[in-house]
Design a protein around this ligand. Structure first.
Ligand code: UGA
Length: 370
């Protein structure tokens, strides 16, 4: 099997390579300017990596050639970090609509199967959040179903939705290409994949505000308080990256069942508020450092305006219906939140424990299997 993976050097791509390259019959044409997370694969002859973001016309011609004979093109490349959505909405829209548009057009022209990574944020806020007092008594008001749930974005001035709107339009464009031009597609809506190598530590191996896992890790590693945005009441369901990669592999190996479908990939049994997440993470950190004082590591509160700037609005709750992935792919997530958090916190700790004192960049390949 020959696959093209755009954005193969990020969090999800690195785990996908770990899994797929174990199979000697799979070869991959990859694109990514960042290679720190996939260092261990760079010498593999079955990975042909271009250290580029697929922006120049030369890159696109090369991509077109590689796509023509591929069994599938997987597009993972995107800005997907909420701190960027309202601070840098133009780049966010470019990255999530205009740049992938070229990939979709090339796949459509050649009728190559495109597996495109979208987001659970296309659902926006739940119906329950608009129904008076956020009434979650009826699952029909909050459960997210790929083919039935309406997609509800906030007002234009709340630029948090720049990302979700770009992703949603891209989904609609892919579907239009399917209907009008015969593009075979699969859309994946990830619901908070979590695991080692997610994001970065700001000022050390990345810049800006990462997602919540890396924010809380940064606080623990640097003895700063963990900060809860707007009271820490927002809820998320986290799914292990290993479970998620299992779902992706099933899609790749079962085109007849995965093609022309949208899939939620999440774990409805791992729902927590951000406050509960902070408490669990400090417990995990106490366990891996052997220092029980971290069990009461300080937690403080911050407004979303102070934390993210003007224009932030949060998704209230993300409870996926994952029956389609079960029925068509035989997939269910299995790793409980506590287990995945304890493992992930350990990885981060061993990867970054010398920070902020160590001047050199953390070497991700050295912590494999921690
Ligand atoms: C992000 C992306 O926008 C989604 O596309 C993506 O699918 C998702 O991550 C994911 O990882 O799958 P979100 O869950 O809002 O969505 O990202 P986070 O930055 O991790 O925020 C989660 C919650 O934690 C939010 O309520 C945020 O306000 C809160 N938070 C974040 C804190 O309370 N403290 C922090 O230090 C950071």
């Amino acid at each position: 099997m020959r696959l093209v993976i755009v954005g193969c050097g990020g969090f999800i791509g690195s785990h996908l390579l770990d899994r797929l390259l174990q199979d000697d019959t799979i070869s991959i044409d990859g694109w990514d300017p960042q290679t720190g997370k996939i260092a261990r694969h760079l010498s593999n002859p079955r990975l042909r990596l271009r250290r580029s973001a697929l922006t120049s016309s030369r890159d696109l011609a090369d991509f077109r050639r590689a796509a023509r004979t591929a069994d599938a093109v997987i597009n993972l490349a995107a800005i997907c970090n909420p701190s960027e959505y309202n601070l840098n909405p133009i780049a966010t829209i470019h990255s999530n609509f205009l740049e992938p548009l070229r990939i979709v057009d090339i796949c459509a022209a050649q009728r190559v199967w495109l597996i495109h990574f979208s987001t659970s944020e296309v659902y926006g806020r739940t119906i329950a959040s608009y129904a008076g007092d956020a009434d979650y008594s009826d699952p029909a008001l909050y459960e997210l179903d790929e083919d039935a749930t309406p997609l509800i974005m906030g007002p234009i001035r709340n630029q948090r939705w720049s990302y979700a709107s770009a992703k949603q339009l891209m989904e609609r464009y892919i579907f239009a290409q399917h209907k009008q031009a015969g593009l075979p597609f699969t859309i994946v809506r990830p619901l908070n994949f979590l695991g080692p190598r997610m994001d970065y530590i700001p000022g050390y191996d990345g810049q800006g505000v990462p997602r919540v896992l890396a924010c809380f890790m940064t606080a623990l590693l640097s003895d700063q308080p963990m900060r809860l945005v707007d009271g820490g009441t927002a809820q998320r369901t986290f799914v292990s990256i290993y479970d998620a990669v299992d779902a992706l592999e099933r899609m790749i190996r079962n085109r007849d069942r995965a093609a022309n479908q949208i899939f939620n990939i999440g774990n409805r049994h791992n729902e927590v508020s951000m406050r509960e997440l902070a408490e669990l993470m400090r417990e995990a950190y106490a366990a891996c450092t052997g220092d029980p004082s971290y069990n009461s590591h300080p937690i403080t509160f911050v407004t979303s305006r102070d934390f993210y700037g003007e224009g932030y609005e949060d998704c209230d709750r993300r409870m996926p219906n994952v029956e389609k992935a079960h029925e068509l792919l035989g997939w269910r997530a299995s790793m409980p939140l506590r287990e995945m958090l304890f493992e992930t916190v350990r990885h981060y700790y061993f990867q970054y424990r010398d920070w902020p004192d160590a001047p050199q960049q953390a070497r991700l390949e050295d912590v494999t299997g921690v």
